[in-house]
Ligand binder design. Structure first.
Ligand SMILES: [Zn+2]
Length: 215
């Protein structure tokens, strides 16, 4: 597929994903306002919010990791997830460039969790905003952190573009979304720190002829 066609396809899929997120968010809000789904509101303890955020983030991360591993099985990759791997070099559009079925399965976890167990509205907003920001940030074409980020236990649990590009370059590793914790848990975490020793400004491999070429 010519590079311009890949870019057009990515933008089209990204706008479809944004529409799906808006529909899911609006439908959840309507169900809450109608009393069909329950969420907590009002002043509450910051410890409650912190605990709920940690619990929600853990569940969402494990779910998205499992979904991503599933997407790399032969049948689902060919029919669904291949669209997310079209570009040789990723950018913010790539992050949301998903087959509609994958977008529904990924972002549908939020209303599903609300339905399963009521949490505070601040938890829903905080975790949703964090996950979407992380998804976009890990696909940008620049590694913003120094080598020490990946060597410190305090910071290396957060996924960066260098970590996620490991997945786009080698689809057997780094399936996690916002954190490296599921990959560490299941033995699929890889980071090529030799990138810091080279002169390349981008961690992405050079695009081959016919790739979308945005490195
Ligand atoms: Zn993938």
């Amino acid at each position: 597929m010519p590079p311009a066609a890949v870019r057009r396809r990515e933008r089209h899929l990204a706008w479809t994903t944004i529409a799906i997120i808006l529909v899911l968010g609006t439908a959840t809000t309507i169900l809450v306002l109608a009393g069909r789904l329950r969420v907590a509101t009002g002043i509450t303890s910051p410890w409650r919010i912190a605990f709920e955020c940690a619990a929600w983030l853990s569940v969402v991360e494990i779910y998205l990791y499992g979904l991503h591993r599933l997407m790399h099985t032969r049948w689902l990759f060919r029919r669904v997830h291949r669209l997310h791997h079209l570009s040789a070099a990723t950018d913010a559009w790539t992050a949301l460039s998903l087959h509609p079925a994958e977008a529904l399965a990924a972002f549908g976890v939020f209303p599903a969790l609300v339905a399963l167990h009521p949490v505070h509205v601040a938890t829903i907003v905080a975790v949703s905003a964090f996950m979407i920001t992380a998804l976009v940030a890990t696909h940008v074409n620049h590694e913003p952190v120094p080598r020490g980020w990946h060597e410190s236990a305090l910071t290396s649990w957060l996924t960066t573009p260098l970590v996620h590009v490991g997945h786009h370059a080698d689809a057997r590793a780094n399936f996690g979304a916002a954190t490296t914790l599921p990959d560490r848990l299941f033995g699929t975490h890889r980071v090529d720190l030799s990138w810091y020793d080279g002169e390349r400004r981008s961690p992405w491999r050079r695009p081959a002829a016919g790739d979308s070429g945005r490195a």
